[in-house]
Design a protein around this ligand. Structure first.
Ligand SMILES: Cc1cc2nc3c(=O)[nH]c(=O)nc-3n(C[C@H](O)[C@H](O)[C@H](O)COP(=O)(O)OP(=O)(O)OC[C@H]3O[C@@H](n4cnc5c(N)ncnc54)[C@H](O)[C@@H]3O)c2cc1C
Ligand SMILES: *[C@@H]1O[C@H](CO)[C@@H](O)[C@H](O)[C@H]1NC(C)=O
Ligand SMILES: *[C@@H]1O[C@H](CO)[C@@H](O)[C@H](O)[C@H]1NC(C)=O
Ligand SMILES: *[C@@H]1O[C@H](CO)[C@@H](O)[C@H](O)[C@H]1NC(C)=O
Ligand SMILES: *[C@@H]1O[C@H](CO)[C@@H](O)[C@H](O)[C@H]1NC(C)=O
Ligand SMILES: *[C@@H]1O[C@H](CO)[C@@H](O)[C@H](O)[C@H]1NC(C)=O
Length: 527
């Protein structure tokens, strides 16, 4: 541990020392690339630049990685056009630095903007155009766009179209879509990647490839396999989906003293099986009420339809919830996006705001649930949640469209057979390192406690819920075996095909990170 600290300290101090000359070498290379303009120097921030810190911080979305101890890039490169991205890839390779790619910066472990080896950040936030073609009901969306912008631009063009993606408006398209992308229309329309029809990527040679030019294997890998293992995603072409003029939302809460156990138990049978237009998320949180610990069960819903039919549907399927029409709110789809993000409904422009939320200190983990948890075990889970005190669980229902798409259709493998994806979630507000230890160990204990209930062999996880606890790559001799450890958890049977694609498109593993897809052993050279 001490050695590791020392090493990373040395790394850091070397990088500071070398910063000036690396900057000059890199800039020299950039200006000698085809199509470079005299704008090129204005897109590179060295550590000496007065704006370096604010540019770096702008897309740090986990406050844990906003400290002076967090490893910093030598350069932040902020392309304004595609040729800048091409030049950045070629020149980073030439000067021999790792290139981390950042779009929205929501990676839970910060791996789009941190590395233990000397590195640059390629920051895509300027490349965020969204071109909607209403005739084709499709759109080209650049990687640096955020989900809120996408929803807003669709809404400007049509009140009866939407796109199935995540519920947090500041999440970046670049990371989100390449890792799968789920949201509250998943049971009706599948994941974001199930509605992606084309993509543009810049490969290791600096070429711009669309679906036709890259071929079906790489296009398959970019849908769920994580873009950062293969190149820089410039944009995705998506298919819009139809949404009704009126949708319905509700949020109902029950404490243990209010039959929450019955609600949570029955929820497991209803949510993954009900009407595909209905998405019900369940949150389980330890809370204090009247100075007593208890557990709160919250059900949050999006229904693609009106309140009357929702109340009648759940009256039949889920009487334990006791849903009343007064619990429901009818609204437009765009307002439901605001409502789900806890933003005021009626002002869609908020979705364009890139600085909506002050970043928390946080840790996340994930699991897949394949059979319902018995009531007696729920009671043990309540006890554990209360003992630990702060970690919560979020159950996101699968089923519906997710069951119809074969596991091998895209690189994202978690389809039929899964009832829920579970997110483990803990947030805190202070940089205190003891507190961080406390909370990260708490969330790990809960994950360990849940072992008997969740998927096994492999115990699956969701790539977009990045979790470095499940394995790390060092890009050394052992990189294939290291990659297999987390690779089969994120990708199940699709891992081997991802390795094949990787071996063809980037055999030397330039595009690597702590959890990237490794090339086949014995192929290529280590950098
Ligand atoms: C508040 C919050 C809410 C979330 N809600 C949801 C949700 O509802 N549904 C869901 O599915 N997920 C959700 N997530 C997870 C989210 O989908 C992932 O963190 C996603 O990877 C973020 O994408 P990004 O571009 O913002 O992140 P970044 O940190 O920029 O990137 C994440 C990863 O993708 C790589 N990458 C980014 N851009 C590119 C590119 N252009 N080309 C190649 N590789 C690239 C990065 O190198 C990194 O490995 C949420 C995360 C947060 C923090
Ligand atoms: C330079 O840019 C033009 C227009 O964007 C493009 O057609 C051409 O292929 C580019 N040349 C190279 C060498 O990338
Ligand atoms: C910082 O970088 C920006 C963009 O490259 C540039 O315009 C500016 O002159 C630089 N400032 C300093 C002090 O180097
Ligand atoms: C990072 O730290 C700075 C300085 O303390 C603060 O202003 C900023 O809000 C922080 N950002 C995040 C994402 O925590
Ligand atoms: C809990 O369930 C019992 C038995 O079904 C019922 O009588 C009671 O009203 C319920 N309490 C709440 C708060 O829903
Ligand atoms: C750790 O977290 C628990 C639960 O919130 C709390 O009771 C305890 O005091 C914390 N310990 C420290 C050292 O912060």
């Amino acid at each position: 541990m001490l050695l590791l600290l020392l090493l990373s300290f040395l790394n850091l101090s070397c990088s500071w020392a070398a910063s000036g000359s690396v900057y000059e070498t890199f800039l020299h290379c950039l200006t000698h690339q085809p199509n470079s303009t005299n704008q090129v120097s204005s897109i590179v921030y060295s550590q000496k630049n007065a704006s370096y810190t604010s540019v770096l911080r702008a897309y740090i979305r986990n406050a844990r990685f906003n400290s002076s101890a967090t490893p910093k890039p030598l350069l932040v490169i902020t392309p304004l056009q595609e040729s800048h991205v091409q030049a950045a890839v070629i020149c980073s390779k030439q000067v021999g630095y790792q290139l981390k790619i950042r779009s929205g910066g929501h990676d839970f472990e910060g791996i789009s903007y941190i590395s233990e080896t000397p590195f640059f950040i390629l920051d895509m936030f300027n490349l965020r155009s969204i071109n909607i073609d209403m005739k084709e009901e499709s759109a080209w969306v650049e990687a640096g766009a955020i989900l809120g912008e996408l929803y807003y631009r669709i809404w400007e063009k049509s009140k009866v179209h939407g796109f199935p993606a995540g519920v947090c408006p500041t999440v970046g398209v670049g990371g989100h879509l390449s890792g799968g992308g789920y949201g509250n229309m998943m049971r009706r329309f599948g994941l974001s990647i199930d509605n992606v029809v084309d993509a543009k990527i810049i490969d290791i040679k600096g070429r711009i490839l669309d679906r036709k030019a890259m071929g079906e294997d790489l296009f398959w890998a970019l849908r769920g396999g994580g873009g950062a293992s293969f190149g820089v995603v410039l944009s995705y072409k998506i298919k819009l989906v139809p949404v009704p003029e009126t949708v319905t939302v509700f949020r109902v809460e029950r404490l243990l003293e209010e039959n929450a156990t019955d609600v949570a138990y029955k929820f497991q049978f209803v949510a993954p099986k009900t009407d595909n237009n209905l998405f019900m998320r369940m949150l389980l949180q330890p809370v204090i009420r009247n100075k007593k610990q208890t557990v709160r069960v919250t059900i949050m819903t999006l229904y693609l339809g009106g309140a009357d039919s929702l109340v009648s549907l759940l009256g039949k399927e889920f009487p334990q919830l006791g849903l009343r029409k007064e619990d429901c709110r009818e609204m437009s789809w765009i307002d439901s996006a605001l409502w789900w993000a806890s933003l005021g409904v009626g002002n869609p422009k908020t979705l364009l705001d890139r600085n909506l939320d002050s970043a928390k200190f946080l840790k996340r983990k994930s699991d897949y649930l394949q059979k319902p948890i018995p009531k007696r075990s729920l009671n043990l889970i309540w006890k554990t949640l209360m003992e630990l005190g702060k970690t919560g669980l979020v159950f996101n229902p699968y089923g519906g469209r997710m069951d119809e798409i074969p596991e091998s259709e895209t690189a994202f493998p978690h389809r039929a057979g899964n009832l829920f994806k579970i997110q483990y979630s803990v947030n805190w507000d202070s940089p205190d390192i003891e507190l961080e230890k406390n909370y990260t160990s708490q969330i790990r204990s809960l994950h360990s406690f849940m072992t008997p209930f969740v998927s096994k062999n492999p115990r699956s996880a969701y790539l977009n819920y990045r979790d470095l606890d499940i394995g790390i790559n060092h890009n050394g001799e052992n990189r294939y075996n290291e990659g297999r450890v987390y690779g089969v958890k994120y990708f199940n049977e699709n891992f081997d095909r991802l390795v094949k694609v990787k071996t063809i498109v980037d055999p030397e593993n330039f595009f690597w990170n702590e959890q990237s897809i490794p090339p086949q052993p014995g192929r290529g050279r280590r950098l």
